[in-house]
Structures are given as C-alpha cells and as structure tokens.
Design a protein around this ligand. Structure first.
Ligand code: SF4
Length: 654
C-alpha cells in the first residue's frame, strides 16, 4: 500500500474505533492528511487552516508518521502549549502508532524533547547534598527528589514537581555539565532522554525549543528534516522573542554578587584568581556592581512611569556599565582554567559565558549598530525597580525563510486561525514564505444553530469613558441572561480594571480577574466555580480550552488591535511605511482579525456546545474595515439589539 492508501484505510476501515470509541469518519481529516503528503512529495511546504472540530491533530500526525517511516527521516511536531504536547504524547501519538501497527505491522517511535534545564542533573543534586549548598528550608524536599531520581532516572521537571528555587539548584545547566566525563552519565536523565530522541521517528517539542535550537546553530536536538508546526499563528512572535535578548539588570547584579559571595572554600573569585590579584579584582567587581545600580537608577528615570519605552538612540547611559563588564571579562581572562579542578572550571566558564552574553547584548543597545533590531526598556511587572534592556530582530520573516523554510526539506504550518478574509497573504509574509500549498478546512460545527453573535451598534468611541459605562450595561445584561460562565476579553489592563471596579459588586456572580492573580491560577479558580465570570487580557484570547458549559458567552470589549505605543509595533509600522506599504492594511488589521478569530474560537469547542459571542466595539459595523473582520468569522446568527439577543438565545437553548 502507498501512503495515501494507508491514510484512507486508517481513517475509513474502522481501525480507529479500537482506540477512539466514538470515532466518526471526517472527510476533511483525510483531505488534510492527503494535502500534506501531496505537498511534501511535490517538494513543497504547506499551510493549512483547520477550524475547530476538524480533528487536525490526527489529520497531520498520520501523514507525518507515515512519511517519517517510509522515507526514514525524523519529523518534528512543534507546538506552542504544554497542554497540546501532553495530548500528543499521551493520547494522539499512541493512537496513531497503534493504528499504523495494526495496518502495516510496523512500529512508530516518538519522544518528547524538552529544553535541557527541564531535566534533573544527578551530579548537581548529589553535590548540593554532599556540600550542603542548598536552602536549608528545602532539606526534606531535596532528599525526597534524590530518592525519586535514584530509583527512576528517566524523569523530567514535570514528573518531579520540585519547587522553583530547588529546581534551579538541581536542574541541568549546559555549561555546568561535563557530559563526556561525568561519573553519573549512566544514570543521567538528560542523556537517557537524548538517547530516546536519537531513536525516535517523531520528535515533539515546543516553539521555544525549536527557535532556541536555531539560535544554537541547531545543536540542541538531533537533526530532523521535516517539521509540522501546530498553533502556527504564534511562531513569528515566539521566533522574535527567542532570537532577541532581554537583559535583566537585577539578575546581572545577583550574578556578580554570586561570584564574590563568601562560602565554604572561599568565594568563586578568590578560587579562580591568584592571591596577588584579589584586591584589584574586588575593585573591578565593586565598580561593576556600582555601575549596575547606577544604570538601574538612570534607566528608571528615563522610563519614568511608563511600562515600556522605545530606544531610538544608542543607550550611551550604559557605556560605563559596558566598560565595567569588559573589565570583569578581562579579569576572568587572567584566570588559568587548566589549573582548576573540574567543578571549579565549569563554574568559572559558566559565569564567564553568561557575563560575556550580557556584555554582547548590552553592546548592541549601547551602540545600536545593528539597525535591523528594535530596542527598548521594560519595567518588570509588579516591580518598582527592576528593568530589562531588550532587543529583537525586526525582520524575523527573512530569518524564518533562511533557517526554516530553506533549511528543512518539508514544512507544514497548521492552526485554526491563519487566514484573513480567506487569504494567507499576511501569514505567508510574516514567515517569509513565497511557495507553499494552502488549504482552508472550515469547522464542521454549525455556527448558525450553535451560536448567536451580538454586535453592539452604538457608535461610541471605544477609547472614551462613556464606552466603559455603556459596555458595563451590556455586559451586565448578557452575564445575567446566560447566568454566569462568561469569558470577557480585554485588550488592556486599564479597561479591565475600570470595568471590574464598576461591576464587581453589582452582579450576583463572582468575577475572576487576571489583574488580581496570575493567569493559570485564575483560570483554575474559574473552572472550579459553577457560575463565575472570567476577565482576561491577551493570554486569554488564545490557547485556553473551556468546552461545554464552562463558557456560555464570550464577550469581546474592543477589536484587538495591538497597542500602538508598543516599541515592537511602532518599529514594524515604521518599517512598512519606509518600504512604501500601508501598515494598517498590511499588519495592524490582519493581526487584529486573527486575534478576533482566536477570541471567537473560545466559544464552540465541541459539536454540542452552544452560546453567545458579543462584540461591544461598534467599529466592526461602522468602519469600512469592519467587513474584513466579519468576513473572517464563522457564519453565526447575527443580532444587533439586546432584545433580539435574548430572543435568539432563548430559542437556541430550547
Ligand atoms: S551528564 Fe551532565 S546533566 Fe547528566 S548528571 Fe552529569 S553533569 Fe548532570
């Protein structure tokens, strides 16, 4: 049988019923699998938008697995969220492996790749216990972890569940790992994992590791030739983050202090330098620490009360800090690593490399000679003093083109939201792709019977105070109508807090708001409450799954245009203007359309789900561009007044 015949057999002959009791054949799933195989055998990449309910994971896993086995190549499946990786590893890949074995008699192997500091390091763990160099309040925990890892080495951070600070003491740090000479290498979790990666047909990893692997000259995971990106709408943003830098000034201070801090056997600095150099060395470190403090103060004065500030001119204010770090590095050069024992040498090299990285990145911001970057300062959230110096490449598309599309033989990009007004132009430009097969697979759900779309036609400026008052009235009506279980999506914390303060004591449902607790805690609390209301900003627009009765209404306060004062947004707009393009049509509008589609997609997760989507920003009908938003959304029944909404909702729920 050729691959297409096997795909057809797996989807149609009932083999999947052995592993998915309620499996139903979906022609679009087979269409997706065929499209991927056709594109790859025609030496093309492919881009597929697969709406909710198309069964996209099996739709791409089956062709990916068969291609890996037929062509004897490794295939990477790259996703954004941990939840999806778990679903692939624990559910979908075992099903596909069983189905392939039943039909062809061959075995599929697969492995989860995590960044190396997600594995425990037995050597660091043992050293911490032997030398007592761990937080004494964690004594019970560290002995427990030691016991667990001794009995079962093939574990990761997610199996061990150690607290954050203990994990930093015992996790693998690549620069502290003498992998070839380590006496624990036969029981090392990371080495065991790497062995599995080598043998696997399919590697599952996240977008962050994928782009870190590119930044590390593709040295972190075994080489593979074929990639499927799920949740592909996120890759440009993640690539920008992973290929840029963010200097944490507080962390830099802690690193420098760590090197001179007294401990058993002497400070690291005293142990790597000769006695006659110590007093000079202390002066160098004192000066570096002074410069960090001074820079933090100056940068805070520059940023004032803003959260982020674009740097348009070289950051000359940090030149003294750059020079102070240069002195530190010069000092490190005088050390003689060949005379050190292995542990000391590794620790010395680790600190030297991390200061070198910061020195390099700081130099980019101080001189700004890399013109293709955007630079900015950013205050740490919930911190009055800590500040980050950040930089990102602006033209990520050309990097993705060179490092991904040109490098890998076959790529497939999959997501529920990649097209704008039935066109992939925006997504293709964002990843530098000019030659790919494309396919849109609509959701099989019936949105006209499963959902009602309320559009607020009040022509009120969404940036006015009046808008908040008007929205609170509509929101209260909808929350009461559906009796709680609403997801309210905001584009800014300012508006979220404004609405929260006006509604918190006026509705009979508890509001779980992202401005009060972190996103994962608030989501958990909302799920366990029978009729709460969830207020969220950016991270709630995509990637959260609240099926069934967990969401009865999704309420979108404003069309999700990116904040125009964000340094990266400003820089992208200027770049398009310089190239003679229209930034609104080329970038701001398609970005907002895709995010609105994501927000809408939070409502209907299963064929039995029903509910309301309310868009309270009337620009969707009053502005010409509103048509593009509407044309990109599923075909729901539309209503324009609260009376119509109540009628339609009651009828739908009967
Ligand atoms: S090989 Fe490296 S990661 Fe593994 S136990 Fe040894 S030092 Fe730790």
């Amino acid at each position: 049988m050729d691959i297409n015949e096997i795909i057809h057999t797996v989807f149609t002959d009932g083999v999947l019923l052995n592993y998915i009791p309620d499996y139903e054949y979906r022609a679009i799933q087979e269409q997706m699998a065929d499209a991927i195989i056709t594109a790859w055998y025609n030496e093309k990449h492919c881009i597929i938008e697969a709406g909710t309910g198309t069964g996209k994971t099996l739709g791409y896993l089956l062709p990916a697995a068969l291609f890996a086995m037929h062509e004897d190549v490794k295939v990477a499946i790259v996703t954004e969220t941990k939840a999806l990786q778990q679903q692939l590893m624990l559910n979908d890949l075992p099903i596909i492996a069983n189905a392939i074995r039943d039909i062809t008699g061959t075995s599929l192997t697969y492995a989860l790749c995590l960044g190396s500091n997600n594995y425990p390091c037995y050597r660091r763990l043992q050293n911490a216990i032997d030398t007592g160099s761990f937080d004494k309040s964690k004594e019970k925990e560290i002995y427990h972890v030691h016991d667990v890892v001794t009995k079962q080495p093939a574990l990761t951070r997610f199996d061990i569940m150690a607290g954050e600070s203990l994990w930093h003491t015992i996790c693998r740090e690549s620069q502290l790992c003498p992998i070839h000479t380590c006496k624990y290498k036969n029981r090392c979790s990371y080495i065991l994992a790497k062995k599995n990666w080598q043998e696997a047909n399919i590697l599952v990893m996240n977008h962050y590791l994928f782009f870190s692997n590119i930044a590390a000259s593709k040295s972190l995971v075994p080489d593979f030739k074929v990639v499927v990106f799920d949740e592909a709408h996120s890759i440009e943003r993640i690539a920008s983050n992973q290929l840029g830098f963010a200097i944490n000034t507080e962390q830099l201070k802690e690193n420098l202090e760590h090197i001179i801090r007294r401990r058993k056997g002497g400070a690291l600095l005293e142990r790597v330098l000769t006695y006659d150099m110590i007093s000079e060395a202390m002066e160098v470190f004192d000066n570096a620490l002074r410069q960090v403090q001074l820079s933090k103060k100056i940068l805070n004065d520059i940023v004032k009360n803003l959260q982020t500030l674009r740097l348009r001119n070289p950051l000359a204010e940090c030149l003294p800090l750059l020079k102070a770090l240069e002195e530190v590095l010069r000092l490190f050069e005088k050390a003689e690593p060949e005379t050190m024992d292995e542990d000391l040498r590794l620790e010395y090299e680790y600190h030297k490399a991390s200061i070198m990285d910061i020195w390099h990145d700081l130099g980019m911001a101080v001189f700004m000679d890399e013109e293709s970057y955007v630079y900015w300062l950013e205050k740490e959230k919930n911190s009055q003093v800590n500040i980050f110096i950040c930089g990102q490449p602006l033209d990520v598309a050309s990097i993705i083109h060179k490092e991904v599309l040109d490098y890998y033989d076959h790529c497939c990009f999959v997501s529920g939201t990649l097209s704008v007004n039935n066109s992939f132009e925006y997504f293709k430009q964002s990843i530098g792709c000019d030659n790919a097969d494309t396919l849109i697979l609509s959701s099989p759900f019936n949105f006209t019977t499963q959902s009602v779309l309320f559009i607020d036609t009040n022509d009120i400026d969404p940036n006015s105070e009046e808008f908040i008052d008007a929205s609170v009235a509509r929101l209260t009506f909808i929350v009461n109508m559906v009796k709680g279980r609403c997801l309210v999506l905001f584009t800014s914390y300012t508006m979220l807090i404004g609405v929260y303060e006006k509604m918190n004591d006026t509705i009979p449902y508890k509001i779980f708001s992202q401005h009060r607790v972190n996103a994962s805690t608030i989501l958990h609390e909302y799920i366990t409450c029978s009729n709460g209301v969830l207020f969220g900003t950016h991270s709630f627009w995509q990637g959260i799954d609240l099926p069934g009765d967990l969401v009865r209404a999704v309420i979108i306060m404003k069309l999700p245009f990116e904040a125009p004062d964000s340094p990266v947004v400003q820089a992208k707009i200027e770049k398009i203007q310089k190239e003679g393009g229209n930034p609104f049509m080329k970038y701001q509008l398609p970005y907002a359309v895709l995010l609105l589609k994501q927000g809408f997609g939070r409502l209907i997760r299963k064929s039995t789900d029903k509910g309301v989507v309310a868009i309270l920003d009337s620009r969707i009908v009053t502005k010409a561009y509103g048509k593009i938003f509407l044309a990109s959304l599923p075909e729901a029944k539309k209503v324009y007044t609260l009376e119509e909404l109540e009628k339609a909702y009651t009828a739908m729920m009967m």
